[in-house]
Design a protein around this ligand. Structure first.
Ligand code: SF4
Length: 326
């Protein structure tokens, strides 16, 4: 039996940490989180991961390296699908194999499969597999699973109610600004990892902006908007981003939209384009695309962000009828 489990503070940590944390705690595991992303984690990620991967996957490798020697085992679930008839990016499916083949001196990896494409029943198997590394008591594992699912539901409700938990925001307080209203669209692990996005949300808050992200919109609204597309987007996270963009385009309740895109991400490469086209067709809301990779410099992002904010302020003050698209 293992005692300490290492969980990388990367990728789906931002979506599922309350679920995982509650579950492992209730089966008696001690949880070790990797450090917040820093320069060493980025460098290790770039060193050990294949060049072709996107920045978030490279960073995940760095977080794995950060946990070596701190835990008896690492949690890298093989995530295939998190919703009926949908998939998530294939990189999540291959993540345990990528890690095993790229990072040396690893402790054992718990890589239970999560595939809810056909039904939620498979989740039970995943819980039993993961829990069996810490206890032989099946009743305890099932009780832990139920408590964890309740924690997950509370977390979703809290986020959709407009409040991001402190642990996700890394204990930063969100100011109640009433200046510009700016939507920031992107994968959750790009939005809330301050290192990866060069402190984007903090900079917007400092400029008095109120920030809206896809997670803060109720799931039903996102789903309803995404369903209006001619063809179903069958990648769960892409559907969330597209549904959010369509919501902002329909409500016209933001002054600007920023899309955070990972270089090398197939999903972002066309969802960003679809979001921009939708906004241009339906609104005159300015759109700003930031592409993140390991070479993104903070100064470059700052300069363009300041120009974007100045332009939004100017439009708000003077004439919002002016075209945002030239
Ligand atoms: S969805 Fe895009 S950013 Fe996320 S892991 Fe897949 S390729 Fe990388």
């Amino acid at each position: 039996m293992f005692k300490k489990i290492g969980i990388p503070r990367a990728l789906l940590y931002y979506d599922y940490y309350p679920l995982w944390h509650t579950f492992f705690e209730n089966v008696g595991a001690e949880i070790v989180l990797s450090d917040r992303t820093n320069n060493k984690i980025l460098n290790d990620g770039v060193k050990y991961c294949i060049n072709e991967a996107c920045l978030p996957v490279k960073l995940f490798h760095g977080h794995i390296v950060n946990l070596i020697g701190k835990a008896d085992c690492l949690f890298v679930p093989r995530m295939k699908s998190v919703a009926r008839n949908e998939y998530i990016c294939p990189k999540f499916t291959g993540l345990p194999d990528m890690i095993r083949s790229s990072v040396p001196n690893l402790p054992p990896i718990i890589d239970c499969e999560v595939n809810l494409r056909k039904s939620n029943a498979q989740l039970k198997e995943a819980f039993f597999e993961a829990g069996s590394f810490f206890t032989e008591d099946k009743a305890r594992i099932w009780t832990a699973a139920q408590i964890a699912m309740e924690a997950n539901d509370r977390y979703r409700k809290q986020v959709e109610g407009g409040r991001l938990p402190a642990q996700i925001l890394e204990n930063r307080q969100v100011p109640d600004n009433d200046g510009l209203r700016i939507a920031v669209i992107g994968h959750i692990y790009n939005l809330y990892d301050d290192y990866i996005n060069r402190g984007l949300l903090g900079k917007l808050y400092e400029n008095g902006a109120r920030v809206f992200t896809p997670e803060l919109i109720q799931g039903g609204i996102v789903d309803g908007n995404a369903a209006k597309l001619d063809k179903k987007v069958f990648w769960s996270f892409a559907r969330r981003l597209m549904g959010a963009a369509m919501h902002f385009a329909e409500q016209k309740n933001v002054d600007g939209v920023i899309y955070l895109m990972s270089f090398g991400c197939g999903i972002d490469s066309f969802i960003a384009e679809l979001c921009e086209r939708r906004l241009r067709r339906q609104t005159d809301i300015p759109f700003y695309l930031i592409v993140l990779d390991e070479h993104s410099g903070e100064a470059g992002i700052n300069t363009r962000l300041e120009a974007f904010i100045d332009m939004l302020k100017w439009r708000k003050r003077n004439d919002s009828d002016l075209s945002a698209h030239g």
